[in-house]
Design a protein around this ligand. Structure first.
Ligand code: KIV
Ligand code: NA
Length: 265
């Protein structure tokens, strides 16, 4: 196997080869995922919830994402490492550039940030400075205060049209990939058909170009919160941590996961 590069992501979409992604926060899981042949590893700001025990991602800092990115990058060589810009680290171009540069220097190959609107200016600013970008739309957890909770997005016709427009806007601004979280399956399928860049779904149905789950969720761990319907316990399928990762990769690549019951109508 050769290491994943950013141009290979669009190639995979073109060939209809599903992309596999999970979150990791340390070297041991990074190593297991890399050895299993996982395509992408995300150092998500979900670490605020699963590592730190907060009830949102808002307290996560740039220092913390940089630290966990460096930990994963010690042990993952073929999987493409993506690091999240935490809350407000993308609020202005300069802060976003400083934080992104630190993450790339810690071993990330791509930077993820939530939202469209003025964030398109940030995406353009970073991508013009040779920083590969993964956008994140739909249920953007950093919007939890404005959303009033973790709710499926794009459900009525106007919201669906707005989300489609955001997706076109982030692609136009230079995003190389797009995570769609908690979006009705039919809308995610339509966005996936419309965009040239690959889409990665989480609670977005089976027709995205790839899938992502939070590590602790796919291991069937109790998060202390209600388990969302898109989560599947792969430890129960695979029997070990290595087996769970392998079972996840196999299920995403074969199209067995997500099943219809993991999505939203
Ligand atoms: O932080 C995270 O884990 C994420 C994924 C859920 C996409 O952003
Ligand atoms: Na995140």
């Amino acid at each position: 196997r050769r290491p994943w590069t950013v141009p290979m992501l669009a190639e995979a979409k073109h060939k209809g080869r599903k992309l596999t992604m999970l979150t990791a926060y340390d070297a041991s899981f990074g190593r297991a995922m890399d050895r299993a042949g996982l395509d992408l590893i995300l150092i998500g700001d979900s670490l605020g919830m699963v590592m730190q025990g907060h009830d949102s991602t808002l307290p996560v800092t740039v220092d913390q994402i940089e630290y966990h990115t460096a930990c994963v990058a010690k042990a993952a060589f073929n999987s493409l490492i993506v690091a999240d810009l935490p809350f407000q680290a993308d609020a202005d171009p300069d802060r976003a550039l400083q934080a992104s540069t630190r993450f790339l220097q810690a071993g990330a190959k791509m930077i993820k940030l939530e939202g469209a609107g003025f964030k398109c200016d940030i995406i353009r600013y970073l991508s013009e400075r040779e920083i590969p970008i993964c956008s994140h739309l739909g249920l953007t957890p950093q919007s939890v205060l404005r959303f009033g909770g973790y709710k499926v997005q794009g459900r009525d016709e106007a919201a669906a049209a707005a989300l489609m427009q955001q997706a076109k806007d982030v692609e136009q601004a230079g995003a190389d990939m797009l995570v769609l979280e908690c979006v009705p399956s039919a809308l995610a399928a339509e966005i996936t058909r419309t965009l040239k860049i690959p889409t990665i779904g989480i609670g977005a149905g089976p027709d995205c170009d790839g899938q992502v789950l939070v590590l602790h969720d796919m291991l069937g761990m109790d998060s202390g919160h209600r388990r969302p319907r898109f989560v599947k316990d792969f430890l129960a399928v695979g029997g070990s941590i290595e087996g769970a990762i392998a079972a996840y990769i196999e299920a995403v690549q074969s199209g067995d996961f997500p099943a219809p019951e993991h999505g939203y109508a």
